[in-house]
Design a protein around this ligand. Structure first.
Ligand code: TMP
Ligand code: ASP
Length: 244
């Protein structure tokens, strides 16, 4: 599809980290990445310099990489530093979290020790609902809440497992441990596509040697070197800007 001359129309949605614009093409939107950062259901707010540029680059790269393995995503084309064209999705209000190592809410909820390698990956479902604080739920909850059919929930989890296997290996090759990450999905033209973004905002990534956190946890918990962490991930995946 030719997207070269696509015009950006009205703002249709503004989220915490991105803006979504309509285009003249009814099936396509433009997703614009902001430097704004929030945590703990927007109780903490701030900015991370250049985050929007880096997350746009990283998401485009990771979506393209996943597509080469047959994973269908909403990504169409990166068109500027902060913008990408995506297929318009009817968003499924389920967040799928995949975990390989104990961290974050898993540690809080079950009292596990942070850094413990999980014997098998764990898929979790959260109800995407800010007013309720995105509660954890199971497959049947998702069905009775009318978010998806049982078959669709199964497909989301299978896709998340597949993405985890692909990305875990990929990050490992870049000296990064994929601790956990969150995926969103949506319906488009009878298919379910991966949506949103895949970036240090939505993944926990630790340096393989030192376990240094190179993701949004540096912002969440005021660990310092936030911008540097995002840049480090970017440079490991895409090369330093001089030779990018
Ligand atoms: P959690 O340990 O806080 O449940 O987070 C699990 C993963 O999901 C982690 O990689 C960060 C990501 N995540 C988001 O992308 N958005 C969110 O709103 C939350 C709470 C987590
Ligand atoms: N993005 C989420 C928020 O502010 C939470 C997080 O990523 O920790 O609400």
């Amino acid at each position: 599809m030719s997207t070269g001359t696509l015009r950006k129309n009205e703002l249709i949605y503004e989220g915490k980290a991105k803006k979504v614009f309509a285009t003249e093409h009814p099936d396509l939107i433009i997703q614009e990445f902001k430097d704004d950062a929030t945590a703990f259901n927007a109780q903490k707010k701030g900015q991370i310099r250049n985050k929007g540029v880096i997350n746009n680059e990283l998401s485009a790269h990771l979506f393209e990489y996943l597509e080469t393995f047959g994973v269908r995503t909403h990504f169409v084309e990166k068109i500027s530093e902060r913008e990408m064209i995506c297929k318009k999705l009817d968003i499924i209000r389920i967040e799928v979290v995949m975990r390989n190592v104990a961290a974050g809410s898993l540690v809080k909820r079950f009292g596990m020790r942070e850094g413990t390698e999980l014997p098998i990956p764990v898929a979790e479902l959260y109800y995407k609902n800010d007013a309720l604080g995105d509660p954890l739920m199971n497959d049947e909850h998702a069905v009775v809440l009318n978010l998806a059919t049982l078959e669709e929930v199964t497909l989301l989890k299978q896709t998340a497992w597949k993405i985890n296997a692909i990305l875990r290996e990929y990050f490992l090759s870049k000296g990064l441990k994929l601790v956990d990450f969150k995926l969103e999905f949506g319906r488009h033209d009878g298919l379910i596509l991966v949506g949103d973004e895949i970036s240090p905002d939505t993944c926990r990534l630790w340096d393989l040697e030192t376990n240094k956190k190179l993701d949004k946890d540096r912002f969440r918990f005021d660990l310092g070197d936030v911008e540097e962490a995002y840049l480090e991930v970017r440079n490991r995946l895409l090369g330093s800007p001089a030779n990018a």
